[in-house]
Design a protein around this ligand. Structure first.
Ligand SMILES: NC(=O)c1ccc[n+]([C@@H]2O[C@H](COP(=O)([O-])OP(=O)(O)OC[C@H]3O[C@@H](n4cnc5c(N)ncnc54)[C@H](OP(=O)(O)O)[C@@H]3O)[C@@H](O)[C@H]2O)c1
Length: 204
């Protein structure tokens, strides 16, 4: 579908964790490609730089509050977008952070917080958008994982655990969405020598 066709048919995208980094750039990339984009973040006050860039380029983008750790926040924001736009075509589960430290030095609270955001946060969003995608018989979910979701190094065990788990869940959910034409895939970000590399084809 061309950029113009996407705009005309009201194609809608949602990105989590858009206040910085990959989420911010992915939100801009989707809006530049014709998607009406909800750049979501837990603290919308952090969205000013993104909004300024979008306004300068006259992009179809708005910032919305979404904390992936909170059921109510996911339910209200995803529900509001579905009511407003009548469709959700692309969702990028990007919100996340890296807990660094040896397992024996990591508290259970830290471990739970890492899983809450990186894994359960993505699952909350997937559970909220899949019924919308099933009704419209289309939709794409991209879960931002990591090369650390395939290969593990020392001192990041919990981070690796969240990304390995998201890889496995994504693979299984992909088969659940196939019958109605939905898609679910991962995008394995990795840091290159001088820049952050990821697979832009999967993200745009
Ligand atoms: N950068 C890398 O080298 C790399 C490599 C592999 C994978 N990744 C993955 O790529 C994704 C983005 O990373 P990044 O490098 O772009 O990091 P980043 O610049 O730190 O961005 C992380 C984003 O996640 C948000 N976030 C954290 N907890 C959240 C929550 N509970 N609800 C909603 N948003 C939340 C942050 O919001 P706040 O501003 O509010 O904190 C921020 O917007 C992560 O999933 C990360 O694991 C990154």
């Amino acid at each position: 579908m061309s950029k113009e066709e996407k705009e005309e048919s009201g194609q809608t995208a949602i990105v989590t964790g858009s206040s910085s980094g990959i989420g911010l750039e992915t939100s801009l990339a989707l809006a530049r490609n014709g998607f009406y984009t909800y750049a979501t973040m837990r603290n919308p006050a952090k969205g000013k730089a993104l909004v300024d860039r979008a306004e300068k380029e006259k992009l179809p983008l708005q910032v919305a509050e979404l904390d992936v750790d909170r059921d109510e926040s996911v339910k209200n924001t995803i529900g509001g977008i579905a009511r407003e736009r009548k469709r959700i075509d692309v969702v990028v589960n990007n919100a996340g952070f890296a807990l660094v430290g040896a397992l024996e030095e990591t508290s259970m609270d830290e471990i739970k917080a890492q899983f809450e955001t990186n894994l359960f946060g993505a699952l909350r969003v997937m559970k909220a958008v899949i019924p919308v995608m099933r009704r419209q018989a289309s939709g794409t979910i991209v879960n931002i994982t990591s090369m650390g979701g395939k290969v593990a190094i020392p001192l990041d065990p919990i981070y690796h655990g969240t990304k390995f788990a998201l890889e496995g869940i994504t693979e299984s959910v992909r088969y659940e969405l196939q019958p109605f034409g939905g898609k679910c895939d991962t995008c394995r970000a990795r840091r290159g020598k001088d820049e952050l590399l990821w697979q832009p084809k999967a993200c745009t």
